[in-house]
Design a protein. Structure first.
Length: 305
């Protein structure tokens, strides 16, 4: 990893690999094509100052314009040409560091995957080897997350979020839940999340517990009837077949309380060209696992125990 550093103190339990932040302060600035375009437009208009976001649309900061340079709050100077390169690389988010830009991305030899933070009109999404982890064509990642949560509202009690990603689901669920347990087995995903301003609450919120482990393995040690709500938003089938298996669904059913609700994201891979109805196949396995009231809802299924 070589993006630049954030200030934070993490506790890592050797047994459960539980990340919990004590302090977490973003000391870096991030922009994308959207902010770069705003800055260049301001220069064309002859403005000396402009308010733009340095945390991907969460807040606004004043930037000074002097000649061909843009002066950032910590006196870093960025040239006009550099901003044009940001617009050209419009599917990336960039750290502002040492009077230059660094893409928030990494390649892991261990997983043989490429990870990238991709900007949108609100919260960014995570892209892993070309596959985006949110619905982004018809809506923003935050709208996508809200639709998932609303499909099983009200979300209360103890919540299991099986696949963390950037943590938007865990963060939103924590607004109404008593506690949220979220799993992410890929250390690289957690690393990207630490550089995403929209993921900051993951590490600050005392209601949220992050476990750097595989839910497929860990769910087996949970007690029966432990969770009030389970949100299962796995990677696509080809990347995580075990998370679509009948054995795993039986475990989800076991740890969900009676009357508890499940949301399962499926998407629609293969439905157009290979005539594969993944949601239908998942629904059959959920029924075999014991679930009832299985219905289609926002790119997936909802069900009850």
């Amino acid at each position: 990893m070589a993006f630049g550093m954030s200030e934070g103190i993490f506790l890592l339990s050797l047994a459960g690999k539980v990340y919990k932040q004590i302090t977490f302060t973003f000391k870096y600035m991030i922009i994308s094509q959207y902010q770069a375009s705003q800055l260049l437009d301001a220069k064309k208009k002859g403005l000396k100052f402009i308010d733009t976001s340095l945390d991907l649309n969460l807040s606004a900061t004043k930037i000074k314009i002097e000649g061909n340079y843009f002066i950032f709050p910590d006196n870093q100077k960025i040239e006009e040409l550099q901003l044009k390169k940001v617009i050209k690389g419009n599917t990336s988010c960039f750290l502002v560091e040492n009077n230059s830009f660094i893409k928030i991305q990494l390649f892991s030899e261990q997983t043989d995957k490429f990870y990238k933070l991709v900007p949108t009109q609100d919260a960014p999404t995570l892209e892993i080897s070309g596959i985006r982890m949110h619905v982004t064509k018809e809506m923003t990642p935050m709208e996508d997350t809200k639709n998932k949560i609303e499909s099983i509202a009200p979300v209360k009690g103890i919540v299991l979020d099986t696949c963390m990603g950037l943590g938007y689901t865990a963060i939103l669920a924590s607004k109404t839940a008593d506690s949220v347990m979220t799993f992410e087995k890929d250390e690289n995903v957690i690393e990207i999340a630490k550089f995403n301003p929209w993921s900051k609450e993951l590490f600050d919120n005392k209601k949220i517990n992050i476990l750097n482990s595989s839910i497929f393995n860990q769910i087996k040690v949970f007690k029966n009837n432990m969770f009030d709500v389970i949100i299962h938003d796995p990677p696509r089938l080809s990347l995580a077949t075990e998370l679509y298996s009948l054995d795993f669904y039986k475990q989800i059913f076991r740890v969900l309380k009676k009357g508890g609700k499940l949301y399962h994201y499926t998407g629609s891979p293969g439905s157009r060209f290979r005539k594969i109805d993944l949601a239908k196949n998942v629904g059959k396995r959920l029924r075999l696992a014991g679930f009832k009231e299985i219905e289609k809802s926002h790119y997936g299924l909802t069900a009850k125990k």
